[in-house]
Write a protein that binds this ligand. Structure first.
Ligand code: ADP
Length: 555
């Protein structure tokens, strides 16, 4: 723009200067011409009066000191005298415009241009009283001739004009552009540069407000998008059409051990080169969506890829990564549980079947029948308690058909369980000792009872004769602690971590004579979790076991 303004001003000034110069030159030349004609007129009058008083016209004419050409022509155009050429050799001058004009109106002027000499001849003719015509002529340089003479001066002036025009044009361009460059685009209406810019500035202000409101709307959407994706537990990755990452949430970045800001813009395979991601992407490209399973360390993820299309053109891909480790573990546990259940049910049933067959076939002696019936009864009881435990665990797993939590007196339950377990303890030669403070917890009476019952049952079962079982109930500011300790056989360190697994029994062969399902501690753990309590087991082989269940205190 500055260049354009410069050239416009420069050329305009130059053309104006040249035009003005030309006009002045022509006007000067016109004045000069008039001056020449008036000089020629006065000279012709002078010569006319001289001729009138001269005795010898020829002598008079030749004696004239004039530098101008003087010609005397008779009435029919024949040149009688000429001071610059031989009159006899000159052609008839009757057709010369100045001569013709003088003849008709008394005075005639004309000028003729000589291209060869760049000279202009000025003629002034006057009709004498005797009908002859006196013509005085002067040769002067033409305009072009004058220009030729003035050329060095004119070139110097032209150069000066060019320099001045350049300086002026530069200054003008700078001063015109400066206020435009200094415009405050953040506040278009606050500028006072040019009135002509007012419509432009108003429209800029309008556009600026539009842009601000659009940016605000976009930022809001971006914030919403970030809030949604960042609060997702699932990994989220958004890819462009070339599989470069446009967005990645912190869950996805955590799964792949990446820093979100560093991987934005990189190809998704730079994040993870696993076959699962590639497969999911390929399926998504081919069929619109695809999924694959990705295993990273101990975790298993489901990768879901979906195409993002806009007017039937693929504009990107969304990848969701779901942690399905728990689901896989639960499925695995269910499979193992089913296998264990079948196995555990089969053992007493086989035994029952065996005794029943012996009795049916009459193979058993009469005195053994009673014993066999007792065995069948015991195995059936084992079967029953197994089924009851399985049902209880399933209920705890599904969390269905469980009543609402209420405030329950745990001391009451502990004392009640002690009372009920007393005969079993006495039978095993074990002393039961309860030391319970008043304590209530938020829970379900039946479930709390089962917790205490299972723990006391184990403490009696896995005890030695003359052993002791202690039940204590203590309260702190934040918790209610139930502790069941025994001086029994204890559990070795390598088994402690596994005793809460379903169907896990430490020493099956040794435990054979001790009835149990291997589900008791599982039920305790699940029940405690359901009530928001934690379970800790400490045990020393041959010394005894202490199980602590810590319930949250009621607010
Ligand atoms: P079970 O029905 O066999 O008692 P549990 O789940 O209650 O099943 O216990 C799992 C295993 O943990 C038991 O088989 C036993 O070997 C061990 N155990 C549980 N409680 C005690 C305890 N107080 N002392 C020693 N061993 C125990």
């Amino acid at each position: 723009m500055r260049k354009r303004i410069f050239w416009n001003i420069f050329l305009s000034s130059l053309i104006a200067a040249l035009l003005l110069g030309s006009v002045i030159l022509l006007a000067q030349y016109r004045i000069f011409e008039n001056l020449v004609f008036s000089e020629l007129a006065s000279e012709s009058r002078y010569v006319q009066s001289g001729l009138a008083s001269a005795a010898d016209e020829h002598a008079y004419l030749t004696s004239l000191p004039s530098s101008n050409r003087v010609t005397l022509i008779d009435a029919n155009g024949t040149v009688l005298y000429d001071n610059s050429s031989d009159a006899t050799k000159l052609a008839n001058h009757a057709d010369r415009p100045e001569v013709a004009a003088a003849k008709s109106v008394g005075v005639g002027t004309s000028s003729r241009f000589s291209e060869t000499q760049l000279i202009k001849n000025f003629y002034y003719a006057r009709l004498l009283s005797d009908g002859r015509i006196l013509r005085v002529a002067s040769s002067q340089k033409s305009v072009f001739g004058m220009i030729g003479t003035l050329l060095p001066t004119m070139l110097a002036v032209l150069l000066a004009i060019v320099v001045i025009s350049v300086l002026f044009a530069r200054y003008a361009a700078k001063t015109i552009v400066q206020p435009i460059n200094a415009l405050d685009l953040e506040n278009p209406l606050g500028n006072v540069a040019y009135d002509e810019l007012a419509p432009l500035l108003t429209s800029m202000e309008h556009q600026r407000r539009e842009i601000i409101s659009r940016i605000a709307a976009l930022s809001e959407k971006q914030r919403e998008f970030t809030a949604v994706t960042e609060n997702m537990r699932e990994g989220f990755i958004l890819l462009d059409s070339t599989d470069r990452m446009l967005a990645i949430n912190s869950s996805a970045a955590f799964i792949f051990g990446a820093e979100p800001k560093q991987v934005i813009g990189a190809h998704v395979l730079m994040l993870n080169r696993s076959v699962a991601i590639q497969q999911a992407l390929e399926k998504a490209k081919a069929a619109g969506s695809g999924q694959a399973t990705l295993v990273r360390g101990t975790n298993t993820y489901q990768v879901l890829a979906s195409q993002v299309t806009d007017h039937c053109t693929q504009t990107g891909t969304v990848i969701l990564i779901l942690d399905i480790s728990d689901r896989i573990a639960a499925e695995q546990m269910r499979r193992e549980f089913s296998a264990n259940v079948s196995h555990e049910l089969k053992t007493p049933l086989t035994s029952i079947l065996g005794y029943a067959e012996i009795m049916r076939d009459g193979v058993a002696k009469a005195e053994d029948t009673h014993r066999f019936a007792g065995k069948i009864h015991a195995e059936a009881m084992q079967l029953m308690s197994l089924i009851e435990d399985i049902i209880r665990l399933s209920q705890l797993d599904e969390k269905t058909s469980l009543p609402e939590l209420t405030i329950v007196d745990l001391k009451d339950i502990c004392e009640d369980v002690c009372q009920r377990m007393l005969p079993q303890a006495e039978k095993a030669g074990v002393t039961l000792n309860a030391n319970c403070a008043n304590a209530s917890v938020r829970g379900i009476p039946k479930i709390l009872e089962e917790i205490v019952l299972n723990l006391v049952d184990n403490a009696i079962k896995y005890n030695t004769s003359n052993g002791k079982v202690g039940i204590t109930l203590k309260t702190t500011d934040t918790s209610v602690d139930l502790t069941v300790s025994d001086t029994g056989i204890g559990i070795s360190d390598d088994h402690i971590s596994r005793v809460f697994e379903r169907f896990y029994r430490v020493d099956r062969s040794r435990n054979k004579q001790i009835s149990g399902t291997g589900l008791g501690l599982s039920i305790v753990k699940h029940s405690a979790e359901l009530l928001g309590a934690t379970v800790q087991l400490q045990s020393k082989l041959g010394i005894g076991t202490t199980v602590n269940v810590s319930f949250p205190a009621i607010d």
